[in-house]
Design a protein around this ligand. Structure first.
Ligand code: ADP
Ligand code: MG
Length: 316
């Protein structure tokens, strides 16, 4: 199958909100007046970001979902994407499933695939996403203020536990296994939340590298510290019942791939955010507070949790 036929068969659909989509030397799109274009790229490499034998549908879903998540974290509305894909071979059943997963995510979040590149090489997916955000309303990492509440959406740590299971480091039982593997392979980007947080959150980030690592990005950009209460972080029942276990603490605090939103907001927004949680039917947990000192302290029922890498690498 030629590259051209492959693109036509698996990656071309009628244009929705671009002036020109797949098929020319470049796509053409219009950003509405008063909006800023938000652009982000995330690359997934086989063997690094997913297992070579991972289900192609989930690889397709996740390659777009992690990018959509970056839009959510900015308070931007995801609109267009390009897909650069390196394939070791033309495997049509694989491509069919991959594109199904990719377009399922595209449809779920109203994103249009407007172009890309296709080449032979070690399996790699690079997606660039573009979204719109009203001028000045993007939620940046640098906006946190001392004394902000720290919030996190959904449940944390399940994706990391799923990964540990696949690596043979823990042996989970159902229904925890399915729950954790779904969290790992089919993350749900929190777009509606990101949009709703415009004008409410002072700062926001999506959790891809782990809760404390991503919180640190906000703290560094905002020149702040924080104190977190581990017991207030919403997590899967399995993790909750083992909260004293270092490996479980590691999943919650250092495990990545949750793609939940971590954000800070003034205390005056508490009620508003709780209402938002009900409207969106998404748990939003108040997990701590930013501080003027530039240190990150995590406590579990008032006891300080040791975050040093030495005592904190059970799955490493
Ligand atoms: P060129 O050689 O001019 O860069 P290509 O032959 O690489 O053009 O691509 C032809 C068209 O197909 C372009 O519009 C490009 O954006 C699109 N395209 C290529 N690969 C993909 C892909 N994996 N997904 C979506 N569109 C793609
Ligand atoms: Mg090309």
């Amino acid at each position: 199958m030629s590259e051209f036929n492959l693109i036509a068969k698996y990656f071309t659909r009628p244009s929705q909100h671009a002036d020109l989509g797949v098929g020319d030397d470049a796509a053409l799109l219009r950003v509405r007046s008063g909006q800023q274009l938000a652009i982000s790229t995330d690359m997934l490499v086989a063997g690094t970001h997913f297992f070579h034998d991972a289900a192609p549908y989930s690889i397709g879903w996740k390659s777009l979902a992690v990018n959509v998540s970056d839009m959510a974290a900015m308070g931007a509305n995801p609109r267009w994407a390009t897909l650069a894909i390196a394939l070791p071979e033309v495997n049509e059943p694989w491509l069919a499933e991959f594109s199904k997963g990719f377009f399922a995510c595209a449809d779920a979040f109203n994103v249009e695939l407007i172009g890309g590149d296709t080449t032979r090489g070690p399996l790699t997916l690079s997606v660039q996403i573009m979204g719109e955000v009203p001028l000045g309303l993007a939620i940046q990492r640098s906006g946190a203020k001392a004394g902000d509440d720290i919030w996190v959406s959904g449940t944390i740590g399940s994706a990391a536990l799923g990964l540990a299971h696949l690596q043979g480091k823990v042996a989970l039982a159902e229904p925890t296994t399915t729950h954790c593997l779904t969290a790992l392979t089919m993350p749900t980007p929190r777009v509606a939340l990101g949009l709703a947080l415009r004008g409410i959150a002072n700062s926001c980030i999506d959790i891809s590298d782990g809760l404390t690592a991503d919180l640190s990005h906000i703290l560094k950009a905002s020149n702040l510290g924080a104190e977190l209460a581990l017991e207030n972080i919403h997590c899967d029942d399995y993790l909750r019942s083992h909260l004293n276990d270092r490996a479980i603490q590691q999943c919650i605090l250092a495990g990545g791939d949750d793609y939940e939103l971590l954000f800070t907001a003034p205390k005056s927004q508490r009620q508003h955010i709780q209402q938002l949680s009900q409207q969106l039917q998404l748990s939003l947990s108040l997990i701590g507070e930013t501080t003027a000192q530039s240190t990150l302290v995590v406590k579990h029922h008032q006891q300080t949790v040791d975050l040093s890498s030495k005592g904190f690498d059970h799955f490493g």
